[in-house]
Design a protein. Structure first.
Length: 327
């Protein structure tokens, strides 16, 4: 049995679908609200659902049958302001799950975030030693809460504290793909752009606030969710590989590129308007992100990840243009 926290969410439900597809029993720890999260699980056959409030009661009851815990649950809103809730959900719960997996010798894979890198001035190298992590300055409370857990793990490792026999964290960059429809304003930029085009509205991109980038030329490492799932599976099942790893493609692309690719798949005329960046995100905006993927590659994974053209083509043609958009 595998346990997936946040298994009704975006990345979590894609992981659950892959496990279900190979006949694994999966327990999803999640709530099915808000939005249509229940639809993310509607096609699954080998799952059970447990309330987050019953997490540790369930884990203790079923400890002897659990092969791995995949921890995707988090408050992922980059504009979230409730610091206490962020710390409780994104940090303390993660620490408790790490401790449980360590005591039970259960594999533990968890979601970190590229938001931990802040403005990127310290680079995008997935070093996990305390000295390197101390140089990172996340730009928002969400990023700081994820960074706290990465730093906590680094202390556990360097002080030789108790740890799971096998563990891995993934610093997800800009993930896009099916089952993200419930995320509202936190949906991927790819989905938000597709929806605006489908509604016949022009695309609004930010004017540049940095001379290194043209308007709409700000860049992100966009990664297809299926490639993220493949990396999770590989880390779960590969012996002697533990650590914190970047999860991107290693190739940044501009928002202008993203918009152009979507328009081309829809055979529509480009309509782009550049607008000033809102004051509230000035100084908190990442103009450039690009994962250094050398660490994951050197660990043995052959990451032939889909480029933006291929990934968006699958997303649009297989999901977004169909009546049934769910995995």
């Amino acid at each position: 049995m595998y346990v997936v926290t946040g298994g009704a969410g975006f990345i979590g439900s894609n992981i659950v679908a892959a496990l279900d597809g190979i006949g694994k029993d999966v327990v999803v720890i999640d709530t099915l609200e808000p939005g249509n999260k229940s639809r993310n699980l509607a096609k699954r056959q080998h799952i059970d659902i447990v309330s987050p409030s019953d997490t540790f009661l369930f884990l203790e009851r079923c400890a002897n049958t659990i092969e791995g815990v995949i921890h995707m649950a988090a408050i992922s809103d980059t504009t979230a302001k409730d610091i206490n809730l962020l710390i409780s959900t994104n940090f303390k719960l993660s620490c408790e799950l790490w401790g449980w997996c360590a005591r039970q010798n259960v594999t533990f894979v968890f979601a970190s975030s590229a938001a931990t890198y802040g403005d990127g001035s310290a680079g995008f190298d997935d070093f996990e030693d305390r000295e390197s992590l101390a140089k990172l300055r996340p730009l928002n409370a969400y990023g700081r809460s994820k960074h706290m857990f990465d730093c906590w793990i680094s202390r556990q490792i360097e002080t030789d504290a108790s740890r799971p026999l096998k563990w891995a964290g993934l610093k997800f960059f800009n993930v896009y793909g099916p089952n993200e429809y419930h995320k509202g304003s936190q949906r991927s930029v790819a989905l938000q752009i597709f929806d605006r085009i489908a509604e016949g509205k022009p695309i609004e991109l930010f004017e540049s606030n940095d001379s290194r980038f043209e308007n709409g030329g700000q860049m992100r490492d966009f990664v297809w969710v299926g490639d993220c799932v493949r990396a999770v599976f590989w880390l779960m099942n590969t012996e002697l590989v533990s650590g914190i790893f970047n999860m991107g493609t290693g190739q940044a692309r501009s928002f202008n590129d993203l918009v152009g690719i979507i328009y081309s798949h829809l055979n529509a005329e480009e309509k782009i308007k550049y607008v000033p960046m809102p004051n509230e995100i000035q100084g908190k905006y990442q103009n450039f992100t690009q994962a250094n993927m050398s660490k994951l590659k050197s660990s043995g994974l052959n990451p032939k990840f889909k480029n933006l053209e291929k990934g968006l083509g699958i997303y649009i043609k297989k999901y977004l243009l169909n009546d049934d958009k769910y995995l």
